[in-house]
Design a protein around this ligand. Structure first.
Ligand SMILES: C[S@@+](CC[C@H](N)C(=O)[O-])C[C@H]1O[C@@H](n2cnc3c(N)ncnc32)[C@H](O)[C@@H]1O
Length: 203
């Protein structure tokens, strides 16, 4: 397993977290960007794929999916699911994502991952995300705000930092919102999520 500060705490909690992650209604949590995805065939890179919930959804829609997940326990759970054979699974980490070499994708998603990276990793990571996008491609990110769960490394990240880092690379902001957590316990604690979608220019 790739063990980095950013995936601290996930190996031992992956089984219970997978049950929780798989319980979310994808149309409810991701509906805000699913309509932006052009029809298949498209290549989708899901970074920090967790239980594989999203990758399997995209694959079922006919997209060609690559899922990156550094935590062994998550990858094993995800790869054992029906439909997982249609997905390319990689054990790799932001910010380098070295296994992806010179490849690029039509859609890159990071759902609930970015807040695990420190400031230097985020700086390097945004450059890498831009490289991984095809011209005209869509970058989708969600970032958690508020008290971190016990045992995990998270940073408080201002929306402006994300928007400015992407803008500096020529990525255009096409959607941005800050919303309450849909989990009752987290909502009560004041946990919110920022959602971003950026489009890479065609030239
Ligand atoms: C909160 S979970 C989200 C999982 C999934 N995206 C979802 O929405 O259910 C964060 C995920 O990011 C992964 N992760 C942590 N550090 C990472 C890194 N440096 N590069 C890629 N993934 C990372 C963790 O292993 C974990 O699967």
């Amino acid at each position: 397993m790739v063990s980095v500060p950013s995936n601290r705490g996930y190996e031992i909690t992956a089984a219970s977290l997978s049950k929780r992650y798989d319980g979310y209604e994808i149309e409810e949590t991701h509906g805000w960007f699913l309509d932006m995805l052009p029809p298949a065939p498209l290549s989708v890179l899901d970074i920090g794929a967790g239980s594989g919930r999203d990758g399997l959804h995209y694959a079922a829609k006919g997209y060609q999916v690559t899922a990156v997940e550094p935590t062994d326990a998550f990858r094993k759970i995800a790869m054992a699911k029906d439909g997982a054979d249609a997905i390319e699974w990689l054990e790799d980490t932001l910010p380098e994502l070295a296994l992806l070499e010179e490849r690029a994708f039509d859609v890159v998603t990071l759902i609930a991952v970015w807040m695990h990276l420190d400031v230097d990793e985020r700086e390097e990571g945004m450059v890498r995300l831009n490289e991984l996008l095809n011209p005209g491609g869509l970058l989708v990110m969600t970032v958690r705000h508020g008290e971190p769960p016990e045992g995990r490394l998270m940073f408080e990240i201002a929306d402006e930092e994300v928007i400015e880092a992407a803008r500096a690379l020529g990525l255009s902001l096409v959607s941005h919102a800050n919303v309450e957590s849909i989990q009752p316990l987290n909502k009560a604690k004041g946990i919110t999520w920022s959602r971003f979608a950026f489009r890479k220019g065609l030239s």
